[in-house]
Each structure stands twice: as structure tokens, then as C-alpha cells.
Design a protein around this ligand. Structure first.
Ligand SMILES: [Zn+2]
Length: 264
């Protein structure tokens, strides 16, 4: 493609984005995002997906672990705001160390991640990180990027307006629900760093020591290295390496200031 046609195409796409009101800003970081579906649509998709997961996956009857999840979850939910949120925290009985958050405030945690979270603050790390993916609308952002690549600019408004199966499938993948489509979109590195940074602030504001986040990710990394066979689902969608943990340490001073403030 020539330079001229590329820039013409870019201009056409940005016109459509403006028309769809698709430009947004991520919370706390102020990063510019392209978002092509609205939050009510997102919440509806999140709710439907969560109902399906609850039908397909056994729920844990461990009273103590359930009580801890409810308590930690409520505390973090109380410091964030999501339009159309109806908070729900469910502990699933599964050895797979995984956790996820869906738009609309639906949070799932597998029992298999509890030996890695270990403490309340460890669990808060996971929940705050997942909630940050939701408040920053990372799933919708990935979906929007994929739509732009797949259909180009012109067909977008038709596609989104019609709620076509393609758009719905992409949304499901974007949120890592993937049970029907079988594929999960990993979050990008930019989104992971953003969820780490924003998640640290959320846990700190809710009164959990943000230092616990470093311990959690180090334990997860050590566990993964020692097993060396298959990358757990959680780490395939949340890529983890030394650079990421170093970056997380860099976010600590701001989070510690929030933590001290929350405790006063
Ligand atoms: Zn993540």
C-alpha cells in the first residue's frame, strides 16, 4: 500500500472512530484508547458469560475460603466505580490456578490459585489486578483492535450495530471466556503493566499492603518454573517475566503513599 493510501485509510478510520465516539482514556494512567462497544453492551455480555461459567463449573463449598473471597472482594469493589456494576464473587472448585473478572463486576477465582495467593493481601493482588483490567476496559480494547484489523473501517458501524455473531465471538474471546470459541486473547504487555499499576493502587486504597503483590507474582513465577511443563491458563493470558516484576516494584512508591493514606 502506498503512503498516500495508507494515510487516507488512517484518516477514514479515525473519522469512523469519532463518529462512533470510540475514543476513551484509561482510568488512573490517562492512556488513550480506542473503544468501539459501549459499557452497557459489555456488562450484558459479561453477565451472560458468567451465568454460563457458573452452570459449567462446580462452586467451592469451602466456607473459610469463600468468606475470605467475599470480604476481600467487597473491600476492593468499594474503592472502584464501574458503570452498571452488580458485584458478584464466586469461588470455583478447580485445580487450575486462575482468576478472571468480567464486565459488570463478575469475579471468578479458582481454588487452585489459593496456594499461591496464600494471604488476604495475596488474594487482594489478584482481584485488584483483574478488576483493573475491567475498569480500564482492556477486553473491549482488544476486541476493538481486532475488529479494526479484521473488517477495516467501513464495515464497522454495520457490524457493531447488528450485534453480529462475529462481534459477539470476538467479545467473548476478548474477555477470556473462550469456552465456546476455544481461543483466548492474551492481554498486551501495555495492558498488563497498566493492570499491575492500577491494581496496586486499588489494593492500597482498600487497605491491603501493596508489597504483597511482589510476593504473589514471584511465587507464581517460581511455581511455573519448577513445573516447567505447561504454562497455566492465567500466565498465558497474563505474560509474566522478570521485567514485569521489576516494573511492578517501580509502581510501589505511589501505591505505598495511597496505602499509608488509607490507613490513617
Ligand atoms: Zn492481567
Amino acid at each position: 500500500m502506498t503512503r498516500t493510501s495508507l494515510s487516507l485509510r488512517a484518516a477514514a478510520v479515525s473519522c469512523i472512530l469519532v463518529a462512533l465516539n470510540g475514543c476513551a482514556t484509561a482510568p488512573e494512567t490517562g492512556r488513550r484508547q480506542v473503544l468501539l462497544i459501549d459499557s452497557a453492551q459489555e456488562a450484558q455480555m459479561g453477565l451472560q458469560s458468567f451465568e454460563k461459567i457458573k452452570r459449567d463449573t462446580p462452586v467451592s463449598r469451602d466456607r473459610q475460603a469463600n468468606a475470605q473471597l467475599q470480604s476481600v472482594g467487597r473491600r476492593i469493589a468499594s474503592v472502584v466505580s464501574i458503570p452498571n456494576a452488580d458485584w458478584e464473587f464466586v469461588l470455583f472448585e478447580s485445580d487450575e490456578p486462575n482468576a478472571f473478572a468480567l464486565p459488570g463486576g463478575k469475579i471468578g477465582v479458582n481454588t487452585g490459585i489459593l496456594p499461591i495467593t496464600q494471604t488476604e493481601a495475596g488474594l487482594a493482588t489478584v482481584i485488584a489486578h483483574e478488576i483493573a483490567h475491567v475498569t480500564a476496559r482492556h477486553g473491549a480494547e482488544r476486541m476493538s483492535q481486532d475488529l479494526l484489523v479484521q473488517v477495516g473501517g467501513t464495515a464497522l458501524s454495520t457490524l457493531l450495530g447488528s450485534q453480529s455473531p462475529v462481534a459477539r465471538d470476538l467479545a467473548m474471546q476478548a474477555y477470556g471466556v473462550g469456552t465456546e470459541v476455544g481461543v483466548m486473547l492474551p492481554y498486551s504487555r501495555t495492558q498488563e503493566y497498566e493492570a499491575d499499576r492500577v491494581g496496586l493502587l486499588y489494593m492500597a486504597r482498600a487497605g491491603f499492603d501493596p508489597n504483597a503483590a511482589i510476593g504473589f507474582w514471584e511465587r507464581f513465577q517460581a511455581r511455573n518454573q519448577s513445573r516447567g511443563t505447561r504454562t497455566p491458563e492465567f500466565l498465558s493470558t497474563h505474560p509474566l517475566d522478570d521485567a514485569r516484576i521489576a516494573q511492578l516494584r517501580g509502581f510501589l512508591p505511589q501505591a505505598m503513599a495511597e496505602y499509608e493514606h488509607a490507613r490513617r
